[in-house]
Design a protein. Structure first.
Length: 86
């Protein structure tokens, strides 16, 4: 599966920036049918980064969000900067 068909876009909210700084996490809106292993693989392929954990959440709007925790050697802030979020 193409990583860009799983990942829709990153979220840039106050909460996501706080998580980025404190827990090395980024939040992405993903395809509603995507499973956690597919999301992990897509993120790792797209950003060449090691993912430790993926938590998913369906927002009240009905969009699926993935909270992705990166390995210590991959700062989330660097990935966010490369995407133009920072």
């Amino acid at each position: 599966m193409d990583p860009f068909s799983v990942i829709k876009y990153p979220l840039s909210t106050e909460k996501s920036i706080r998580l980025m700084e404190s827990e090395n996490k980024l939040i992405f809106v993903v395809d509603a049918k995507a499973k956690k292993p597919e999301i992990k693989r897509a993120i790792e392929q797209a950003f060449k980064a090691k993912v430790i954990k993926v938590n998913t959440f369906i927002s009240p709007k009905g969009e699926k969000r993935a909270y992705v925790q990166f390995a210590k050697d991959t700062p989330a802030i660097d990935i966010a900067t490369n995407m133009g979020l920072m």
